[in-house]
Design a protein around this ligand. Structure first.
Ligand SMILES: [Zn+2]
Length: 579
């Protein structure tokens, strides 16, 4: 029995058609060329039901992509041309399985193409039979940001709107423009693409003749879209409307927020609008508030440093400090630590600027310096709220420093951040803030310093050679490090066999060679010896003193080991850690 005869038998067995209907369908002109087509055309059989039965004939699983949103990085495992040509679509990656929908199970070339692509990605292919409609829907997902926006821009309505927006228009007309379908479509597409592309920020910038949309992904800005300048005012207006900001105010900066739901995730958008010389610039910070905290291990903490952190997390008083410039990942580390410390019987109270992550059950406050609710005044009040753990976003002034130290001395676990280049720098900085050496020595427990380096994409990682002068510099650093600390991070470390890696670029990392980020850290254990040095005002100790005191390694040294482990590249280490 041929496959199509088997299918017809199944249709009759399953009572999807009667014998009479079959006779009628067989008379259709399409039947000779493509019997399946004839069944669907007849309107007697539902196309998806037919494909379900066909899957049985071919011993395949059936899958429907109707209403399914495929993540870009999964979809792009099969290039659009290949997908269109072979009628195949990758719709899911589960562990090492690459799930691919196929329309024609007899197209051997299509199977061959899938096998080849799966092997490239080190995945096991799993085939599912999908309908032509499923394929069509999936192919639509290939539409890029630019394509989607240009479709919105092309509509007739948009032309009219733009023409009016670029002229001087009154308040009512501005509101009308921002509500127009193409403008709201453009704004929502820009936001959705940013979220799907893992961007942390969106910059909407007026240029001389155009509007530039840039996304910050893994800490680096990428230009994602260039739009005609005429659309700028309408886009800014639309964002203002969504964020409840004043549409007619274009002279002073404005801040607001928008809550959106994208792919069933609650996303918080922090909007900042700044007037430039001609037009306003918008920066949107994207905060995924449903996202759980990464663990310290996931953030890249390991070895001796991680042990020192864990030892300090069980303390109930004293001060835990994280240092580093803006964008060094301090907030994420704080969030991870707070989530770890968060227990039913503990009161966590925070003062933040802004609240970037939500810790379930913690009492989080956002400071508002413009109305006198500062870190210092907030801390004073917060200490009357019976906290066990206090998190102060940042120590910026003497008063906050003094209050923080006091809180740490009086039985509170105090977490905060400080703007210094390295961990050691925290001590002189706090002493500069007029903190008594004796109090600082008895309160300070640990200082972390960190930077974020981009992580090599695991799917296109390859070994490569570094220039000799860089190797020489690396060897110098490695020689200065305690071997035990290196071995703890990298058990098979061999000074004679130094290997380095980088990403070649593939579909999963968008050709960049990097995906995600990793913390490069140094951890200063303020142990008794160090405490004694601080109290006796001998706090100007050096790296050498530290190495003699504990297995201390610098952020750069930590980065070198992480480069040797293939987690990041030496370029990233040198780019992010300036010593
Ligand atoms: Zn890659």
């Amino acid at each position: 029995m041929s496959k199509s005869e088997e299918l017809i038998n199944l249709l009759i067995q399953n009572k999807l058609i009667t014998d009479e209907q079959l006779i009628a369908i067989k008379k259709l002109p399409e039947y000779g060329k493509n019997s399946e087509e004839a069944f669907i055309k007849s309107g007697l059989v539902d196309a998806e039901d037919l494909i379900k039965l066909k899957a049985k004939v071919y011993n395949l699983n059936y899958y429907s992509l109707i209403g399914v949103k495929i993540p870009d990085q999964v979809l792009n495992l099969i290039p659009v041309e290949v997908a269109e040509n072979y009628k195949i679509v990758c719709f899911e990656i589960a562990q090492d399985k690459m799930k691919v929908g196929i329309v024609d199970p007899e197209n051997f070339k299509a199977i061959e193409a899938i096998d080849f692509l799966a092997k490239e990605e080190n995945l096991q292919p799993e085939y599912f039979l999908i309908s032509a409609l499923s394929l069509e829907i999936a192919l639509k997902h290939y539409k890029t940001l630019g394509k989607e926006v240009s479709i919105a821009l092309k509509t007739k309505e948009e032309e009219d709107v733009l023409e009016r927006a670029s002229k001087k228009i009154n308040q009512e007309e501005v509101e009308e423009v921002t509500k127009s379908a193409p403008v709201s479509k453009i704004v929502s597409v820009i936001i959705r693409h940013a979220v799907e592309g893992r961007a942390s920020d969106i910059h909407i910038e007026p240029m001389q003749t155009e509007t530039r949309i840039r996304y910050r992904i893994d800490g680096i800005l990428h230009t994602s879209l260039i739009l005609p300048k005429s659309v700028h005012r309408a886009i800014v207006g639309r964002i203002k409307v969504l964020a409840n900001l004043k549409l007619d105010e274009t002279r002073i900066p404005q801040d607001g927020r928008i809550r959106v739901n994208i792919n069933n995730k609650e996303i918080d958008l922090r909007i900042s609008i700044m007037p430039l010389l001609d037009e306003e610039k918008v920066v949107v910070r994207i905060l995924d508030i449903t996202m759980g905290a990464p663990t310290l291990e996931e953030l890249g903490f390991m070895g001796a440093g991680l042990k020192v952190i864990k030892k300090n997390l069980v303390k109930t008083d004293g001060m835990f400090l994280i240092t580093g410039p803006t964008g060094s990942g301090k907030s994420t580390t704080l969030f991870s630590i707070l989530t770890d410390l968060n227990k039913e019987d503990i009161n966590i109270s925070t003062l933040e600027d802004p609240v970037e992550y939500f810790v379930k059950g913690a009492n989080q406050s956002q400071v508002k310096p413009e109305i006198g609710f500062t870190f210092a005044s907030g801390l004073r009040s917060l200490l009357r709220q019976d906290p066990d753990i206090v998190m102060v976003g940042e120590i910026r002034d003497n008063e906050t420093a003094e209050l923080g130290i006091h809180a740490g001395l009086t039985g509170h676990f105090v977490l905060s951040t400080l703007h210094t280049n390295d961990a050691l720098g925290a001590i002189p900085r706090l002493l500069d803030m007029a903190v008594e050496p004796f109090l600082l020595g008895s309160t300070l427990n640990i200082v972390l310093a960190q930077r974020l380096g981009r992580k090599i994409c695991e799917y296109c990682k390859a070994e490569y050679k570094l220039p000799e002068n860089i190797i020489a510099e690396i060897k110098k650093e490695l020689t200065a490090m305690p071997l035990a600390t290196i071995k703890e991070m990298m058990p098979d470390f061999d000074f004679k066999k130094l290997k380095f890696y980088k990403g070649k670029g593939c579909v999963r990392c968008g050709g960049v060679g990097y995906k995600g980020r990793i913390a490069l850290v140094e951890v200063l254990d303020v142990n008794d010896k160090i405490k004694e040095m601080i109290m006796s005002n001998k706090a100007n100790f050096t790296f050498d003193d530290l190495v003699k005191n504990q297995n201390f390694i610098t952020m750069k040294q930590d980065g070198i080991i992480k480069a040797l482990l293939g987690l990041t590249t030496m370029e990233e280490v040198l780019r992010t850690v300036h010593v």
